[in-house]
Write a protein that binds this ligand. Sequence first.
Ligand code: UGA
Length: 453
Amino acid sequence: MVVMAQNCPNIKVIVADINPKQIQRWNSKELPVYEPGLDDIVVKVRGRNLFFTTDVDAAIKEADIIFVSVNTPTKKFGIGAGRAANLKNWELAARHIAKVATSDKIVIEKSTLPVRTAAAMKKVLHASQSGVKFEILSNPEFLAEGTAISDLQNPDRVLIGGETTPAGDAAVAKVVSIYSKWITNDRILTTNLWSSELSKLTANAFLAQRISSINSISALCETTGADVQEVAKAMGMDRRIGKYFLNASVGFGGSCFQKDILNLVYLCETFGLKEVAAYWDQVVIMNNWQKKRFSMKIISSMFNTIAGKKITLFGFAFKKNTGDTRETPAIDVSKYLLAERASLTITDPKVKSDQIRKDFDEYDVLPEGVKFEELVSVESDPVVASCGAHAICVMTEWDCYKTLDYKAIYDSMAKPAFIFDGRNILPHKELMEIGFKVFAIGKPYGAEHIMNE
Ligand code: UGA
């Protein structure tokens, strides 16, 4: 919405949310999310044609087009628990629109939703007897966190799905005309509603599948002596494969991949497509295994005993350039290490201590009966965080970790000093020359090598 307001000065964009705290922060200097380049644009357009408000009713009444961007997390209870998307917020929003609207509207699904949600929403919206007409479109978002602004300014494509009726076509054309203010028409794709909904889920499933595929190969590299980065480069130079999204890692995180794949799996199961469901489920199984495998390497390399040893996690966010910790692999790794009673120090340039505490509570990361302070501390400076540590584990690929003074860090650590690079971003050779025992994903110098020395 921010980028739309920037590129369409003649369109009034209202962001309405029932959460006053969020709106207050959007109206303040400290925005509720960190995203490179976001602050600058908000400062320029806020109050010009971009407004943040809690007056949802007034915003609904005034709007011709409503983008519904509520969250749709994985259901935690009932039918489809652990897999299906929880559509409660979406349905509540649709009911609210139906109740308040006094003029015809285009209602757009911006949230990622299971296929055929639009059909259900159409029923909800048209259940009111007000005579107001609603046209439902799907316009899924493909931006990635950390690069959101450039993804929005210059997207690979914008996808708009609508009903194949004259009214549906007209609504699609209206939304196309907005995006075409800053995106060329060859990158604006229009489809039917279901194709649009399904494309979003499958795009994420395919992207995540690439990571699980390369992560599966990373395990093979570690046992055969191949180097996963060399293998990925050799494969990626085949234009049919392509070089992107082949970085082996401790595992993918974020609020989208796992949720969307589980959603796809549930959808397939619902339609009786057992084999298809199992096929996609394996992407998540592989990801969970990779997080566990990395944690087990840490434990086994450190002589199978980490109780009381200080282990420093470099990074907690699910990727660099964001403070978002949803489904971050750091949560899983912390859980495995804390189960062995390691003492963790966590450092991240954008994740605050409160957030880590909240995540530890929500995901039951601490062993039973153990309090946060007993085994966990949070330190903003990575050099200070490493002092006295037995091991450093790179969880997030923040650039700031690439250029630290590792000689000084080594000198301040307990010996042998270990580095477990879950993102393959550090200069491993240099680190080994300093004296570190290095384990990295899919690299020939694995834990076995360390132990056999
Ligand atoms: C993802 C998609 O990339 C977006 O296109 C999509 O719009 C978005 O989900 C969404 O559905 O909203 P995002 O989750 O923000 O975006 O971040 P990604 O860049 O896709 O990274 C996801 C995870 O995969 C991160 O933990 C990242 O570190 C990991 N990753 C990524 C790897 O481990 N290896 C790679 O090669 C690439």
